[in-house]
Design a protein around this ligand. Structure first.
Ligand code: APR
Ligand code: PHB
Length: 389
């Protein structure tokens, strides 16, 4: 065999899996379609569950996160001027870490380079073959040349648009999907955060989120119609809209400035089952997508990697395939709970076009209940900081 595990995709899922396997002496090759600068230019969410923090430390990539990340003990959920504090620390004993996914990815690339792992960028036409044989084979093209690698297992970490999921015959897959009728317009701006913790804001004008990367860099979002384009949104228009959606107490403190990045992302919930097909596994966005409300995307990818790295280590070191056989079911159990949480957060906080008065009242009642019930806050906190693996 050419290597033990071929990993398709050099995003956070593929890199973290490779790093954890390499540390146990297991050989991997990563095949990535884009160049590294492109992978590192993608701006994604920035909230790590504590389980994610611990996994990154275990993988030997926690040092910069511990030095530069910001632990947060809570968050705010607001409805116009009603502000509900969710005190993670008091309610669950846990916290989360503010540290951008781009930084996580960069730390993983550095660690993998130090490990000497083969990461092939610019890979095209990946085909995954022989999944029911004694060894799998992955064919691809690079620099105009056809190549092929044999391996024991293939990890499909190639995101929502990758080839891995589609390698499983359509009639053997079950897909579940909900597309939401709005997107998030996000900006990065070199301004101080409007609040020391995140604010998830419901308002009569729609949803807004005040997040941050550090004391001088914010990431703010507003819910926008799906048909809107970035060109429709001048910085002025963004700030006006953002200001009127956050509580007035926060709006008074808002510092505005030029945006240094602006993009619109659609919101979707998606799961494809099963996560295993012979010698192939699906991991992270290749298998599931969550709307960003609740910041579960990267954290779910990390819990998939948690289950899969244990399973692969046992299989390759001792021939014990129990973890391999259980991977799909174990990972999906946790995935569905995070699906439910991000769907519930999305429904609780967004205005749906054409909705009736009843829907808006349900949202407001949910938020009023959250303000009054410690049980409700505890449930939200428990899910937000991350359910156990
Ligand atoms: N061949 C090789 N590489 C591919 C292919 C392909 N056919 N298709 C996609 N890729 C690469 C993409 O270029 C990308 O770098 O796979 C990588 C997948 O990375 P992500 O989309 O980031 O997915 P994942 O690593 O599972 O990360 C989890 O959590 O917060 C969420 O969506 C967010 O990216 C985040 C995800
Ligand atoms: C972000 O900082 O980009 C972010 C934070 C929390 C979310 C989504 C995105 O729920």
């Amino acid at each position: 065999m050419d290597t033990q595990v071929v990993i398709i995709g050099g995003g956070p899922s593929g890199l973290l899996l490779s790093q954890l396997l390499n540390r146990e002496g297991i050989a991997t090759v990563i095949l990535e379609r884009s160049d590294r600068d492109h992978v590192l230019s993608r701006i994604r969410a920035g909230i790590l569950e504590w389980g994610t923090v611990e996994m990154l430390r275990e993988a030997g990539v926690g040092a910069r996160m511990d030095a530069e990340g910001f632990p947060h003990d809570g968050t705010w959920i607001t409805d116009a001027d009603l502000m509900v504090h969710i005190d993670f620390k008091a309610l669950t004993g846990k916290k989360v870490m503010v540290y951008g996914q781009t930084e996580v990815t960069q730390d993983l690339y550095r660690a993998q380079d130090a490990m000497g792992t083969t990461i092939l960028h610019g890979v095209e036409d990946v085909r995954i073959l022989d999944l029911d044989g004694a060894q799998a084979r992955v064919e691809f093209t690079r620099n105009g040349e056809s190549r092929s690698l044999t391996c024991a297992w293939v990890a499909g970490c190639d995101g929502f648009h990758g080839v891995s999921r589609k390698t499983i015959p359509a009639e053997k897959r079950r897909e579940f999907e909900r597309v939401y009728p709005f997107g998030w317009l996000g900006i990065l701006s070199r301004t101080p955060p409007v609040n020391d913790e995140l604010i998830y804001a419901n308002s009569p004008h729609g949803f807004a989120l005040a997040s941050m990367r550090n004391a001088a860099l914010v990431r703010y979002y507003v819910q926008v119609p799906l048909a809107d384009r970035v060109e429709d949104w001048s910085d002025d228009r963004f700030w006006t809209e953002f200001r009127r959606r956050i509580p007035s107490q926060a709006a008074e403190r808002l510092v505005t400035g030029p945006s240094i990045e602006k993009s619109i992302a659609p919101l979707r919930s998606f799961v494809s089952e099963p996560l295993r097909w012979g010698r192939l596994f699906l991991v992270g966005d290749a298998a599931h997508i969550v709307p960003p409300t609740g910041a579960k995307g990267l954290n779910l990818a990390v819990s998939d990697v948690f289950y899969l790295h244990q399973a692969l280590i046992a299989a390759l070191k001792t021939g014990d395939e129990k973890g391999i056989d259980a991977y799909s079911e174990r990972a999906l159990r946790r995935i569905w709970k995070a699906m439910r949480f991000s769907w519930q957060m999305t429904t609780m906080l967004h205005r749906f076009d054409g909705e009736d008065g009843f829907a808006a009242q349900m949202r407001r009642a949910t938020l009023a209940h959250l303000a009054e019930s410690e049980t409700a806050r505890k449930d939200l906190a428990e899910n937000y900081v991350g359910l156990p693996y």
